[in-house]
Design a protein around this ligand. Structure first.
Ligand code: TMP
Length: 236
């Protein structure tokens, strides 16, 4: 008797501008997949930041280490309480993901599907949007090389102008129109490079329920992954 090779969990990343609705959508996706009997976890990057939406829900479900050293420094920076060199804070954001990488791998191999709220894509584009001449998108991507590559990337597509109309906008360091427009442009550039995985553009201007339906439809085809987990490569 040979046991079937156990299917691993699926690595799903949700990305988009600030206020695109990522955290709410992660919550709805998690619940929908759990209802279908999947073992699912939610993690968010950066860990340890102050949550603006669904606070109670995120605290209950987020399994990134909220007391990690990098998380605390990043939090202070995002709240405007501390200044940091652009490169230095960039590498801390990346380190915050590397701190979680081993855990992600072991959860996936134990059959747990993981929904990740922001990942390396945010890491690269927010730093590159600062237009520091020594911090290109290529430079910013480099520390991500070797991290687990998602099986599915859901990009919540919305313009900077539209997110600015949403509640709570402007509370954090990067929530300005100028910054969000550059971030949007860089997301488009980064996603147009071939990462070898499925990217689904989700129209995030629609009402929450409609967006949730689109996300679930995009996800359902990906839930029995048997090929090995891959890692990010250099930008080409
Ligand atoms: P949050 O609003 O999803 O908690 O993210 C906090 C901010 O941090 C958001 O403006 C995006 C930014 N960010 C980076 O600059 N680099 C990163 O690696 C990540 C994950 C987020």
């Amino acid at each position: 008797f040979h046991e079937d090779v156990k299917a691993r969990g699926v690595l799903i990343v949700v990305e988009g501008l600030d206020r695109a609705g990522k955290t709410v959508q992660c919550q709805l996706l998690l619940e929908a997949l759990q209802q279908r009997g999947h073992h699912v976890k939610y993690i968010k990057f950066p860990g340890n930041t102050t949550m603006k939406v669904c606070l109670g829900w995120v605290l209950k479900h987020a399994c990134s280490d909220r007391n990690s050293l990098t998380g605390k420094i990043i939090n202070g920076y995002l709240q405007g309480q501390a200044q940091q060199d652009d490169h230095s804070i960039h590498l801390l954001f990346s380190a915050n993901r590397w701190e979680a990488a081993q855990r992600i791998r072991s959860d996936l191999s134990n059959g747990i599907t993981i929904i990740v709220d922001r990942y390396s894509y945010s890491g690269a584009v927010y730093s590159a949007a600062k237009e520091n001449p020594d911090l290109s998108l290529e430079w910013a991507w480099q520390p991500e090389v070797g991290l687990p590559r998602p099986d599915l990337l859901l990009f919540l597509s919305i313009s900077a102008e539209e997110t600015a109309k949403r509640g709570g906008y402007g509370e954090e360091r990067y929530e300005t129109n100028a910054m969000q427009s550059k971030v949007r442009h860089l997301f488009d550039r980064l996603l147009s490079m071939n990462h070898g995985h499925d990217i689904h553009l989700i129209d995030a201007r629609f009402p929450v329920d409609q967006v949730a339906k689109d996300i679930l439809n995009s996800t359902l085809g990906h839930l029995s992954e048997r090929k090995p987990l891959e890692t990010f490569a250099k930008l080409r």
